[in-house]
Ligand binder design. Structure first.
Ligand code: ASP
Length: 413
């Protein structure tokens, strides 16, 4: 982090890796600072006349700076502003953070708004805009970035940013399952968790990208692994067998895995070219057709690549998709395969006669695999030795941290 840590809390810094108070202490401070600001998300803290002491608060110049990049989503919504049920995007980034007024005594916060949409309406152009803001934040000397985001596609935007960013500061994507004016709105608590995370030394890595995370419900997930599993519940985000990076209790940060990026480092991509890549997802179903690929092979429709959402470990698909895949590969269209099975990797060695050239996307779900392929397709210039787009996509997957095969430990295989 840039700047010295606050001297008044130096001893605690040594112990905790952060000068932010733990959650219980924070709630206490919030209480004495002006009432129930944190809990009700409304009352402004009042340091004048409160019992906050010099020792509790870092001097203004010592506070790390967090940049909040607003994109919309339920975290920015309220029910009250909606005309006919549902939520309405009522709050810009600044208003979202205002729900946790006490934060201003621990961190400096600045704001930028790149979009104000439900996350399923965000375009790849919007993801690029977020990445550029994160890069700008690093260049400006900011210590960490929070991206406020709708939860429906938060895992896509976070994964995209994890692929294309190589930053010395961590980035936390934060959403909410309940609008800002709901009883027990979760947005303020999630923001506080993200600030606690971003101000920890454990997430400021010296010799590798600091990584992109999704932070909700007290839990820190790696962008690569996280997925939404439940349409409505607050405890919806999971990271499958890889598990979360860690979580916060009131007092502690509990780490299960090393902080950092678990995605391929594709930061040499041509960021501005990514939105121009056309990469459809062709989904298996019983007897499913594959008009998209057939039309692409016939030259009626341009695609730069395709992702087949297949079944099981072997990646089997309907006969029509198998045929269309074979034709697409023969026509020089790179095709990648992911599985519809939650959490499971595809068989890395699977090879049938006809579609053996397909790039196996390990355990990436199709929507993340598609983003990986789109980014990789802008990198052909980075691999002069490779002769085709297909080989470039394959290489970027092989370079991925998770692509390491462990030899079978016994003769039983
Ligand atoms: N519709 C919302 C979105 O923008 C859902 C949410 O944020 O929880 O993804």
């Amino acid at each position: 982090m840039s700047g010295e840590k606050p001297s008044t809390r130096a001893a605690e810094d040594e112990k905790s890796g952060s000068f932010m108070p733990n959650r219980r202490e924070f709630l206490k401070l919030a209480g004495v600072a002006g009432g129930a600001g944190l809990l009700a998300g409304s009352a402004a803290a009042d340091p004048e006349g409160s019992q906050l002491t010099e020792r509790d608060l870092p001097a203004e110049g010592d506070r790390p700076t967090i940049r909040v990049v607003g994109t919309g989503g339920t975290i920015a919504s309220s029910q009250e502003a909606a005309e006919d049920g549902g939520y309405s995007l009522a709050n810009q980034a600044e208003a979202i953070v205002a729900a946790v007024p006490e934060l201003e005594y621990f961190v400096n916060v600045d704001f930028v708004q790149v979009a104000q949409k439900g996350s399923s309406s965000l375009l790849v152009e919007d993801y690029v805009a977020v990445a550029k803001e994160a890069m700008r934040a690093e260049a400006d000397g900011v210590d960490g970035v929070i991206v406020t985001h709708g939860t429906d596609a938060i895992e896509e935007d976070a994964f995209f940013n994890d692929l294309v960013l190589d930053l010395d500061i961590p980035v936390a994507f934060v959403g909410a399952m309940r609008p800002s004016d709901a009883t027990s709105a979760d947005g303020p608590a999630n923001l506080l968790t993200a600030v606690r995370m971003l101000t920890r030394t454990e997430f400021h890595l010296d010799d590798e990208p600091c990584g992109v995370y999704v932070v909700l419900n007290d839990t820190i997930h790696a962008a690569r692994d996280v997925t939404k599993t439940w349409t409505t519940k607050v405890e919806t985000f999971e990271s499958g067998p890889a598990g979360p990076i860690g979580y916060f209790t009131d007092n502690e940060l509990v780490l299960y895995r090393e902080p950092g990026s678990y995605s391929a480092n594709l930061s040499h991509c041509d960021l501005d070219a990514v939105p121009d890549m056309t990469v459809p997802i062709v989904t298996h179903g019983a007897g499913a057709e594959s008009y998209t690929l057939e039309q692409a092979v016939a030259g009626d429709y341009h695609v730069d690549g395709a992702v087949v959402l297949a079944t099981g470990f072997g990646g089997g698909v309907s006969p029509a998709i198998t045929e269309a895949t074979e034709a697409a590969l023969e026509a020089g269209i790179p095709v990648a395969r992911s599985t519809r099975v939650h959490w499971a990797p595809l068989n890395p060695g699977y090879d049938d006669d006809r579609t053996g050239d397909i790039v196996v996307m390990e355990d990436l779900p199709a929507w993340k695999a598609r983003l990986h392929v789109m980014v990789a397709l802008t990198m052909t210039g980075s691999y002069p030795g490779l002769s085709s787009d297909l080989e470039v996509v394959r290489k970027t997957m092989e370079d991925n941290k998770y692509g390491i095969a462990v030899p079978a430990p016994s003769t039983l295989g």
